[in-house]
Design a protein around this ligand. Structure first.
Ligand code: ATP
Ligand code: MG
Length: 259
């Protein structure tokens, strides 16, 4: 289930623009890793390379390797669709399928994977996934209503339910709580804590408290200036990054002096 991620010498481009440079890091299974750093340093760009979502943008490409349990995602012949099945993603802005019901949204990824489910298995999966995302009580009486007809915070939890319904090995979350109220945010953090017993989790967050609450390891990224590529500055246990970092820029960032 849970898998190890190894990134080696990764550069990430939009056409000629190098947005992220020289990333090498390992992410252990059954752990939560937080990516932090100022706006524009390439956190979203980098996280999208971990399931080949980066290249869906025209002209976008990478140089380097990303290995999941030893196999390079970028090797010739690897099907990006299969990669995305293994490595699920929750985005910064909630993106439920607007024409589908809440129930259909939860099952959407499972159906894409061509899994045939009996009605009662599907019902169980919908209930389990929505409970897991702390949304069940709010939507259980309107599962057939459109996924777009709920609040932004509810929509994000619906997207989390959709991602976990397919039981991926790795779950990538790009600021999954930025549209959520504090109660829902804490519920998602509890959920992340539960999910890490089964999944490898990577979360981008601007919320320092959240990074220190939920993650085991933290990667700090920074950018030298406009037009420069973002770089990984420091990667260590979360407690070290927040209490005793090696780099001055990490210290400045986590203590709120910039960014
Ligand atoms: N589709 C795109 N085409 C060209 N450049 C892009 C694209 N998306 C992002 N960039 C550029 O890549 C760099 C990194 O952006 P990215 O969105 O990864 O930053 P981020 O760290 O996630 O920022 P934020 O914290 O604001 O979400 C920025 O210079 C940005 O303008
Ligand atoms: Mg971003």
């Amino acid at each position: 289930m849970s898998k190890r991620i190894e990134v080696r010498d990764l550069d990430v481009y939009y056409g000629k623009f190098k947005a992220v440079e020289g990333i090498t890091l390992n992410i252990e299974p059954r752990s939560v890793t937080a990516f932090i750093g100022p706006s524009g340093c390439g956190k979203s760009t980098f996280i999208r390379t971990l399931n080949r979502m980066h290249e869906v943008i025209p002209g976008a490409w990478v140089d380097g390797e990303v290995l999941i349990d030893g196999s390079n995602l970028y090797e010739a012949g690897v099907d990006p669709v299969l990669v995305r099945r293994q490595v699920g993603m929750v985005f910064q802005r909630p993106n439920p399928f607007p024409t589908m019901s809440i129930r259909e949204n939860v099952l959407a990824g499972v159906k894409l994977n061509n899994k045939r489910l009996s009605k009662s298995d599907a019902d169980d999966l919908v209930e389990r996934s929505l409970k897991g995302a702390n949304l069940w009580n709010e939507v259980k009486d309107r599962l057939e209503k459109p996924g777009s007809g709920i609040s932004g915070g509810q929509q994000q939890r619906l997207c989390i339910a959709r991602a976990i319904a397919v039981q991926p090995d790795v779950l990538l979350m790009d600021e999954p709580c930025s549209a959520l109220d504090p109660i829902s945010t804490l519920a998602i953090e509890d959920l992340i804590e539960e999910l890490k017993t089964e999944y490898t989790i990577v979360i981008v967050t601007h919320n320092m408290q959240q990074a220190s609450r939920v993650s085991d390891r933290t990667a700090f990224f920074n950018i030298a200036g406009t037009g420069q590529p973002g770089k990984l500055i420091e990667y260590d246990d979360t407690s070290t990054i927040f209490s005793n970092p090696s780099e001055q820029s990490t210290e400045d960032y986590v203590s709120g002096k910039f960014g």
